[in-house]
Design a protein around this ligand. Structure first.
Ligand code: HEC
Length: 200
């Protein structure tokens, strides 16, 4: 019997005793006790009836390096990183968005060379892309592009290359990131290509 079921059984017994007291006992004091017991027992039963939701940290998904065979495999890992661990989607939209505080990344893989994207991610201050979406002089975006290879996001090189593969793929470009190159940049003993948090 599960813990909850056991507690429910105890609750029911307590309520049952309360009802018996009310039915068969005339002493005023005991009747008050019986009433209190019924009320408390009922509340306990209601509380136990509420579904229990364990709050677990999000599952971490890892990708085995051996399973990455094609540039498309890289791009699909990159897509997951883009929307989870990389936090890109917190700031960037893919396609125009009214609320976007940061550049729209639609077509970025076609607009920028992979080396330039790499630099945009790891040395964001080297070239600041300005906001041209309004009249007059372009302004800086209100947000700052973080160093993607440093804390708190801290993507590995392999993860960054996977994201670039995804940006190229979703821009309709041939993926120029080569699987062999990406596998080559892993640190000694690095068995995974990327780890991302499960669905948010
Ligand atoms: C905190 C918000 C924020 C996050 C998170 C973020 N960016 Fe950015 N990003 C910006 C801002 C602001 C700019 C424009 C200023 C600049 O170029 O530094 C930018 C610029 C860029 C550019 C250059 C755009 C251009 O046209 O030159 C690329 C590419 C880019 N981000 C990709 C990414 C990717 C990929 C991720 C996730 C791994 C990411 N960003 C995460 C805010 C963010």
């Amino acid at each position: 019997m599960s813990e909850v079921a056991l507690l429910q059984l105890i609750g029911l017994t307590v309520v049952g005793c309360g009802i018996l007291i009310l039915l068969f006992i005339t002493s005023k004091f005991l009747r008050v006790v019986g009433f209190v017991v019924i009320v408390l027992g009922t509340f306990t039963l209601i509380a136990l009836g509420v579904p229990q939701m364990p709050s677990l940290p999000p599952a971490i998904e890892t990708f085995d390096i051996a399973k990455v065979k094609t540039p498309d495999d890289l791009a699909s890992i990159g897509q997951k990183i883009f929307f989870s661990k990389g936090q890109c989607a917190l700031c960037h939209s893919i396609g125009p968005s009214e609320s976007a505080r940061c550049p729209d990344l639609k077509g970025i893989g076609a607009k920028l060379a992979p080396e330039f994207i790499y630099e945009s991610l790891t040395e964001p201050q080297a070239y600041i892309y300005l906001d041209f979406r309004h009249e007059g002089l372009p302004k800086e975006y209100p947000a700052r592009m973080p160093h993607i290879n440093k804390n708190p996001i801290a993507l590995s090189k392999q993860e960054i290359y996977s994201v670039i593969a995804f940006l190229q793929k979703m821009s309709g470009e041939p993926i120029s990131v080569k699987v062999e190159d990406v596998l080559g940049v892993g640190e000694e003993g690095d068995v995974k290509v990327a780890s991302v948090h499960g669905a948010y």
